[in-house]
Design a protein around this ligand. Structure first.
Ligand code: SF4
Length: 210
């Protein structure tokens, strides 16, 4: 597997926010979101090639069995991830994905944080490869109040239950997240969507390995 970084922190976004977790960040992404906070992962060659056993050795250094596989886009390396997860059956597994690639990992995954890319990402239109309803939360990165219309259309088209939707402000600086949070919280109250802060930015700013 091409690995960008492995570190121990707390989940900063979505329904498991605050949970201590090990992060395995894979290298490589086929999308190019303009506001991407992990551009350093875009090229697969940006990562270090690690065997399954080398990765497990790193994971075992941390006092935790909650593993978040993030990227980049982890699902471009899902055969290598499958090989890893076959050996981590006693771990709670979260995968963070754009939802643009079909997953064959459902049997190994406890929870998907799927972040479908809206037009504010400036990617070409991306078709959602739906994930299992009972295991998935769809987290939308919201740049402006205008995004709400597109989000509502998206969840209707893709038959996503409102309870499985999370809205999160776009931003990699504390100040811009704070500003967007003010109006986004009001939208969440009015429309009954769950709000997610970006805890790691609030605590550490836009740093790696946190
Ligand atoms: S899908 Fe994720 S890693 Fe890829 S460009 Fe978008 S934000 Fe960055």
């Amino acid at each position: 597997m091409q690995v960008s970084e492995i570190f121990y922190s707390v989940q900063g976004e979505g329904p498991n926010i605050g949970m201590p977790a090990i992060f395995l960040r894979t290298a490589g992404c086929h999308l190019r979101c303009v506001w991407c906070d992990s551009k350093f992962t875009w090229e697969r060659t940006s990562g270090k090639k690690m065997t399954t056993n080398e990765i497990i050795k790193e994971l075992k250094k941390f006092p935790c069995k909650h593993l978040i596989i993030t990227g980049g886009e982890p699902l471009i390396q899902q055969s290598a991830i499958k090989e890893l997860l076959e050996k981590l059956k006693d771990y709670y597994i979260e995968i963070e994905t754009s939802g643009s690639l079909k997953s064959y990992l459902d049997d190994y995954v406890n929870h998907y944080n799927c972040s479908p890319k809206l037009s504010n990402s400036k990617n070409k239109t991306i078709r959602l490869e739906k994930l299992p309803d009972e295991k998935t939360v769809y987290k939308f990165v919201v740049d402006s109040p205008k995004d709400l219309k597109e989000i509502k259309e998206f969840i209707k088209t893709n038959k996503i239950a409102q309870k499985n939707v999370v809205l999160m402000p776009q931003g990699i600086k504390k100040r811009e997240i704070a500003e967007r949070s003010k109006w986004l919280v009001e939208i969440c109250k009015k429309e009954n969507f769950r709000f997610s802060p970006r805890l790691h930015i609030n605590i550490w700013g836009n740093k790696r390995k946190v």
